[in-house]
Design a protein around this ligand. Structure first.
Ligand code: SF4
Ligand code: SF4
Length: 191
């Protein structure tokens, strides 16, 4: 459903609309998304307030949304979109905000480990076409500098055969890598 206004140009809300088709103007602030969001009490802004910040088309408020911790804590669980009477796809908006926040170097300092995990996870998929757990964990520790975190779990995981020393490449690994590289080129950067 779209009641998007074209009066607010170049705002973050406008960019979201152009990129995802989601209109922040559709939200009438009923709060049903935040009432069901499992993270609403832990975040700096509950999800409906993120949309409220974006509704003004004001660069200062846009920046608050980009610098929020909420966008990084969002689990993409879809509870909010399932409850929304206006069919606003909040997870899609959160996804856009995360990308934009990182691209602009405005990510919340507490999101550092979350971003490290995202990058290590995607790096593993890019290299082999599927998850290589041991490689991902080592890359995550290098990025996050959390060398001792969960260290005692490693022997148990190895014993149960959950960690493998060598990656297993899928048949279409090269094609997967090309997709990643094409996406990075489109965004004007290399990972
Ligand atoms: S449930 Fe939908 S309309 Fe209500 S506040 Fe959340 S996003 Fe806005
Ligand atoms: S998708 Fe994100 S914002 Fe929506 S309910 Fe889940 S955690 Fe909250």
């Amino acid at each position: 459903m779209s009641t998007h206004s074209s009066t607010v140009h170049n705002s973050l809300g406008e960019q979201i609309y152009q990129s995802t088709g989601q209109s922040v103007a559709c939200c009438y602030q009923c709060g049903k998304c935040s009432a069901g969001c499992p993270l609403a009490s832990e975040t700096d802004y509950p999800p409906n307030q993120i949309l409220r910040l974006l509704q003004f088309g004001d660069s200062t408020l846009d920046e608050k949304a980009l610098r929020s911790l909420t966008i990084w804590q969002c689990l993409t669980c879809q509870t909010c979109s399932a409850r929304c009477p206006q069919e606003v796809d909040l997870p899609k908006i959160m996804d856009f905000l995360r990308q934009e926040s990182w691209r602009q170097g405005r990510a919340h300092p507490k999101a550092r480990n979350i971003i490290a995990f995202h990058r290590s996870f995607l790096g593993s998929i890019r290299m082999t076409g599927r998850m290589f757990e041991l490689g991902m964990i080592m890359d995550y520790k290098r990025r996050s500098l959390n060398f001792l975190q969960d260290l005692l779990l490693a022997p148990k995981l190895l014993f149960r055969g959950k960690l493998h020393f060598l990656p297993h490449r899928i048949d279409g690994a090269k094609q997967v890598r090309r997709l990643f590289d094409a996406t990075a080129r489109k965004r004007g950067r290399t990972e």
